[in-house]
Design a protein around this ligand. Structure first.
Ligand code: MLT
Length: 407
């Protein structure tokens, strides 16, 4: 008789965003006349930029001609894309990263979930609390955590680094020594950031204790302040302790197109073993590459027209972010984020739990957001709204929230 991977049975409930989507669907089925505004999952709403569409059309035409048709992509991704990434995301920022240290993939979600495979089973992970659930759930699936305590909402054998209003939603170095440290800045879900000197402290710490930082930079395009680093490789010593994850979903609207990349510097070693070799082995064995058409679309992100068009798209979402942040503050909410990130993090009123506020908002304002407690225990009594809606829906959602009654 076959047996299942029992680690999966330890996972409580369903994936956070699946639960949110199910609740929204149930509400709409019960109230078909209502118009519900979705500011929950960080899914983009604006169409792909014209430069990207043009590049995809050209690539489709190439696929229709035997002379230019492409089959399997090279293991690490096409050089035209890896060169564009290195030039624009790294060399332009003074970071020493080479094209053969870039692994093109179908997105940061899968890479952030899969990267744990190349580490020892007994590696101790440290995560921010609240945190993007994929980092923890995939370590649970791999059997690297203990059990879940439903009361405290904490996994044993995981180091939690609380990010609260008291520490400006920025983690402090943990007392217990981790092997793997997951960091995401600008942060999902709180929208907070840390400065370059703060990030340098993490790099120095990781090098000192021999830990690896898995740095999720999916939201770097939303940085507006100059002292916030766009890449961990802006810090001295990051080449020997950091892996960086990037997405094209948020900066270029590829949530449905799927493209991302992971950087593993060749200097990042455990004894004589380079993590780069292990990930290359995994990538070659388990993955056949992002489609040619999509990689050409990714290349267009770095063209002059692409850059100009995407700057406007990011500005569009950031206008929403400012509207939400200011609207919530006007309405008396304690709210933060939204300055270097497309997420706004608000404290629930009247000490409501995150899920109570979710239900109240859905029922009384017909707005869907994401309960902070779904990201970890320190997210309880908080709530996340995204700036990825249309401007019209964002304005309407804030008007409804302002008009919402609690008694
Ligand atoms: C989120 O809403 O946190 C993200 O969109 C989820 C993701 O990127 O996978």
């Amino acid at each position: 008789m076959f047996q299942v991977n029992e680690n999966y049975l330890k996972l409580p409930g369903s994936y956070l965003f699946s639960t949110v989507a199910r609740k929204q669907k149930e509400y709409l089925e019960a109230h078909p006349d209502k118009s519900v505004i979705r500011l929950s999952i960080g899914d983009v709403t604006q169409p792909l930029a014209p430069a990207i569409i043009d590049a995809m059309h050209r690539a489709v035409d190439e696929m229709a001609d035997a002379a230019t048709f492409r089959g399997y992509a090279p293991d690490l991704g096409y050089e035209f894309l890896r060169n564009a990434i290195v030039e624009n995301d790294y060399r332009a920022r003074g970071c020493q990263i080479d094209a053969d240290e870039i692994f093109v993939s179908d997105g940061a979600k899968s890479d952030s979930g899969n990267i744990q495979e190349i580490f020892a089973q007994d590696s101790k992970i440290a995560v921010c609390d609240p945190v993007y659930p994929v980092y923890v759930d995939t370590n649970v699936m791999a059997g690297r955590t203990g059990n879940y305590d439903a009361k405290t909402e904490i996994w044993s054998n995981v180091i939690y680094m609380p990010c609260t209003a008291d520490n400006g939603f920025a983690p402090v170095l943990p007392k217990e020594e981790p092997d793997l440290i997951y960091l995401c800045f600008p942060n999902n879900p709180t929208g907070s950031t840390i400065t370059k000197p703060q990030l340098q402290e993490w790099v120095d710490y990781a090098n000192k204790i021999g830990a690896v930082i898995i740095y999720d930079a999916a939201y770097e395009a939303y940085i507006t302040e100059t002292d916030v680093p766009h890449s961990i490789y802006e810090c001295d010593g990051a080449r020997t302790c950091a892996i960086e994850l990037h997405s094209f979903s948020k900066n270029a609207g590829f949530t449905g197109v799927r493209l991302g990349y992971t950087v593993i510097p060749k200097d990042l070693k455990c004894g004589d073993v380079a993590l780069h070799s292990l990930w290359a082995r995994r990538h070659g064995t388990k993955y056949n590459g992002a489609p040619y058409i999509v990689q050409r679309a990714g290349e267009a992100v770095y063209s002059a027209e692409g850059k100009a068009q995407l700057k406007e798209q990011v500005a569009y979402y950031m206008k929403n972010a400012a509207y939400i942040l200011n609207g919530l503050k006007d309405a008396g909410y304690e709210a933060s984020g939204g300055v270097n990130a497309p997420y706004i993090w608000l404290k629930t009123p009247d000490n409501m739990t995150s899920w109570e506020f979710f239900d109240h908002l859905l029922e009384h304002a017909n707005v869907v957001g994401t309960p902070g407690s779904g990201f970890g225990p320190s997210g309880e009594h908080y709530f996340r709204l995204t700036a990825f809606g249309s401007y019209e829906n964002t304005v309407e959602a804030i008007a409804r929230i302002k008009a919402m009654r609690f008694t």
